[in-house]
Ligand binder design. Sequence first.
Ligand SMILES: *Cc1c(COP(=O)(O)O)cnc(C)c1O
Length: 479
Amino acid sequence: MPDPLELAGELDDALRVASERARAYLEPLNDDPVQPSGADRVRSLFARPLPEDGDGALAAVRELAERAAPVATRSSGPRFFHFVIGGTTPAALAADWLTSAFDQNVGGWIASPLGTELELVALDWLKELFRLPPDWGGVLTTGATMANFVALAAARDWAGERQGVDVSAEGVRAMPQLPILTSGHIHVSSVKSLSLLGIGGDNIERFTRDAAGRLDVAAVEKRLDGLGGRPAIVIANAGEVNAGDFDPIGAMADLAERHGAWLHVDGAFGLFARLSPRTAHLVEGVERAHSAISDGHKWLNVPHDCGFAFVREPQRLARAFGETADYLPSEEDPHVNFGHLGPEGSRRARALVVWATLAAYGRAGYQTMVERHLDLAQRIGRIVDQADDLERLAHVQLNIVCFRYRPSGVPEEELDDLNSRLGEAVLEDGRVFVGITLHEGRVAFRPAIVNWRTREHDVDLLIDVVRTLGARLVAAAST
Ligand SMILES: *Cc1c(COP(=O)(O)O)cnc(C)c1O
């Protein structure tokens, strides 16, 4: 019966095979179709009864690579414009391999001084990158969803303390309903986080002044006035997913200051607007917030999963996430224990990757990449504006372009159906990958550019595919 100890000698060969197969996967990545065919038979490639006797590491890794590579979605490639999914920089990928090899548990300092200290350095670098105050606390998370959760947990702790309640111990029912004020741009992950925190996703109050969901600042001010100093959380959205729009963060920071509210900024990708003087004004004021978050696996281009949460008052994290047990580090431990500052106990050493990619490319490298993406988004916007069969639906502020196919002769009431079917046809075609959404009630494409590999010919192909397949749909309908 082979067990891992008996087969330990396979390690070298298994790593060599993994490296070879990874290179074979990555080498044609710039040109491969994004979605290979065969998604519906993926399970059958792997599903079989649990083997009684294993085949050993070499055979297993080989089989995995052979079966998995052909059907893997090329979401780390240059033509994946769906959702907001970044690629993986070479430095980040290599560091991610080392992360698994070193396999540090960054739950507590004693388990990994390396992972803990490096996380502190990585967080410092990220604060420098985003120009956030250096004395803010922070923690790496699995992504922006958990980063929103962490920040809103800190806000919940603050609101409890203001009302003489220890929320962690007593629960939210020990305090009055906590008002959550925001625009129509709020991301579903904040809604989910508020549900998890017992505040309730349905209790969010959206103050909008138009169909796009833009913030009605005066209405927020009126609501805060009416609260008479009771604590409230204001959520500012830096980069919403339909068109990359921004809430007026500076005005919201003013309001929060005047009314003693907590300002949280969800900048899952929009915080990267800080990196370019061309877009920095969009997030001006984030440094006055009480918490702000962003994502690693989006615009930082590190592998899944990685996000960051920052809070003005570091002690809030320990109050929200502290835990005690006889076998764990005590609260008097002079070292930082990240397992007590976030939702996870055992934690992957995500800092290795963050540190490596920032060490490799620096602030200037990231600024160059972000500005290339801004240029590419503008390029799409220009092509859309010049094409008589395309219509731009929103101003291109950042890296998302919201547009629809609108050939002459198709009446308005048929455009939603046409664009929905076109969206499906584009995904089925597979050369480029782009999602559709509802923008101000209209079905629209919303390519997001966040991948370091993406270049002009990739976005040009996106437009070509949309127009060619669109014309085909219209022609088919008229015969
Ligand atoms: C992607 C995104 C999130 C959620 O991030 P995950 O990394 O998928 O958990 C939250 N907010 C915004 C604005 C986003 O774009």
